[in-house]
Design a binder for this molecule. Structure first.
Ligand code: KMH
Ligand code: ZN
Length: 276
């Protein structure tokens, strides 16, 4: 079986220090959390950024500052900025980090309720616009799907040339408004993907580790991190993103699955090798 790629979603746009004091906002905190995840075995950092007071932003300069600071500490890690940003941001606001030409970025494949009155809007034209932009800039999209219909949308837009092969999906499961994190739904989504695609699974809250185990067994890949879940186990806050990654590494080892380093992750995902 392919080695396991672990992505750490270290920050997100919604989770706060009130939920877990280790949630990073400042440049130094971002570096600390990225490094803890990398040292534990993550090869991809899914990155949202905040201002020092915790406000989410897609500001290009803030992304640049934080990416440079992370890369100074961990040179070979794959940085995957979010183009989802936070609910309510405009398309062009969300796209700012793509101007830095990262290797990967997320591409959200549909609109969903996001709890309360919040709606995370991704119209068909938004997805086409983001897809085209990523092709122009040579960025590999991680296709974030929060429900089965979003896989179908990605496949339609792939046929029309807005998304290129090889496709890589992120099954985000358990968002309030999206598909549940139950195993039955994981099997449904997983078997709805093209055979030549790769996927990672991001289980929200209590679904994080059961779905990680399902993907480990199935040959998929795993995303963990404070964006999705702040607990190491029931009622026990994780001290760092690294602790969440360490748990996945332990689970993978028990199941005989080896962990991919960033070079191996690039090979699996069809990314260019690092030149220096
Ligand atoms: N913060 C959510 C509204 C992404 O990173 O692409 C969107 C999100 C998805 O987190
Ligand atoms: Zn995200």
């Amino acid at each position: 079986m392919e080695k396991l790629i672990i992505t750490a979603a270290i920050c997100g746009a919604e989770v706060l220090k009130e939920h877990n004091p280790a949630v990073p906002y400042t440049v130094e905190e971002m570096v600390r959390e990225a490094k803890s995840a990398y040292d534990a075995g993550a090869s991809i950092i899914h990155l949202h950024v905040r201002w020092d007071d915790g406000t989410p932003t897609q500001d290009k300069g803030r992304f640049e500052e934080i990416i440079n600071a992370i890369k100074e500490e961990i040179h070979d890690v794959i940085i995957q900025p979010s183009t989802g940003g936070a609910v309510g941001m405009t398309d062009d606001e969300r796209l700012q980090p793509t101007e830095l030409k990262p290797e990967m970025a997320t591409l959200d494949c549909g609109t969903l309720n996001f709890g309360g009155d919040e709606v995370f809007t991704n119209t068909e034209n938004t997805i086409k616009y983001f897809g085209k932009k990523m092709i122009e800039l040579g960025i590999k999209p991680e296709l974030e799907v929060f429900d089965k219909s979003m896989i179908d949308m990605a496949l339609r837009l792939h046929k029309k040339g807005f998304i290129l092969d090889p496709m890589h999906f992120d099954l985000v499961m358990g968002v309030n408004g999206g598909i549940t994190g139950e195993l039955r739904d994981f099997v449904f989504l997983r078997h709805s993907l093209p055979a030549d695609s790769t996927y990672t699974v991001a289980g929200i809250g209590r679904f994080e580790f059961p779905l990680a185990m399902a993907a480990i067994i199935d040959g998929g890949h795993v995303r963990v991190g404070f964006e999705d879940n702040v607990y190491l186990s029931k009622g026990v806050l994780a001290k760092s993103n690294g602790e969440l990654v360490e748990k996945v590494v332990r689970m993978a080892k028990e199941m005989g699955r080896q962990i991919a380093n960033p070079t191996e992750a690039r090979q699996i995902l069809g990314l260019k090798p690092l030149t220096k």
